[in-house]
Design a protein around this ligand. Structure first.
Ligand code: FMN
Length: 225
């Protein structure tokens, strides 16, 4: 069984989400013999953000593989036949986005460290997620609507936030972190998603301690399957 462990907090040793993902991975390792772990630290080694040049490299590769959707094939064909090329640094960035996608596709379990920053997720985590949105690999459009193709995974999200945003909170409408993650991973077919949450960690040391204890108690009963 393969586990992909992702951290995205910029807070290093002070990070709550890093503490939670480390505990989740340790717990799953303990309960799952032979677990293979791949680790990515998006704050230390960010993946490339989407850009016009990476988008063109992706379109060109799909065009050359005959895998482009009908409605854009002519537009891309005209650009490619007009002599547009992909330079070496763009090619390397594009290749890295594919490695990120392949790593995700290969995983049976994904453990994601996802702090709330400015009501959403860290931009480094968004750049990683942008690598996963891949037609034909993680989702496809059908006559009856969208179909997620990545539903064979278990996802555990370590969510940390300074305030309170769960349903009964007056701030709930400002949560664009967990709601975004639920929407995105649902879109690509993952229904087996669980949050381990530490909330209100910015409200003082007591609440931070309580939030961590509550989250770690949730971790102690997690199972890989
Ligand atoms: C850049 C930055 C932006 C933040 N924005 C918010 C926010 O919008 N709402 C909130 O409740 N907490 C916010 N916080 C607090 C974090 O969500 C909280 O400290 C959480 O523990 C971060 O996870 P981490 O400790 O793993 O980095 C922010 C913290 C940072 C560093």
């Amino acid at each position: 069984m393969k586990l992909l462990h992702i951290d995205s907090s910029i807070s290093g040793g002070q990070s709550v989400s890093r503490q939670l993902t480390a505990s989740i991975v340790a717990r799953l390792k303990q309960t799952t013999p032979g677990l293979e772990i791949t680790y990515r630290d998006l704050a230390i080694a960010p993946v490339p953000h989407q850009s016009p040049t990476i988008l063109f490299a992706k379109m060109k590769a799909l065009y050359e593989a005959g895998a482009l959707a009908d409605h854009i094939v002519e537009m891309v064909a005209a650009t490619v036949q007009g002599g547009a090329t992909v330079d070496a640094s763009t090619q390397a960035e594009f290749a890295e986005t594919n490695v990120v996608l392949d790593e995700f596709l290969a995983a049976d379990i994904v453990v994601l460290g996802a702090p709330m920053y400015n009501f959403g997720i860290p931009s480094q985590l968004k750049a990683w997620i942008d690598c996963l949105a891949s037609p034909g690999k993680t989702f496809k459009y059908t006559a009856t609507g969208v179909q997620g193709l990545a539903g064979d995974k278990k996802l555990i999200i370590a969510s940390s936030r300074g305030g309170f945003y769960t349903a009964s909170s007056p701030m709930a409408f400002m949560d664009h972190q967990e709601t975004f993650l639920t929407s995105f991973f649902g879109f690509i077919g993952i229904s087996d998603a669980a949050f381990v949450r530490a909330e209100g960690v910015g409200l003082g040391p007591e609440q931070r301690k309580l939030a961590l204890e509550t989250a770690l108690a949730d971790v102690s009963v997690l199972k890989a399957a």
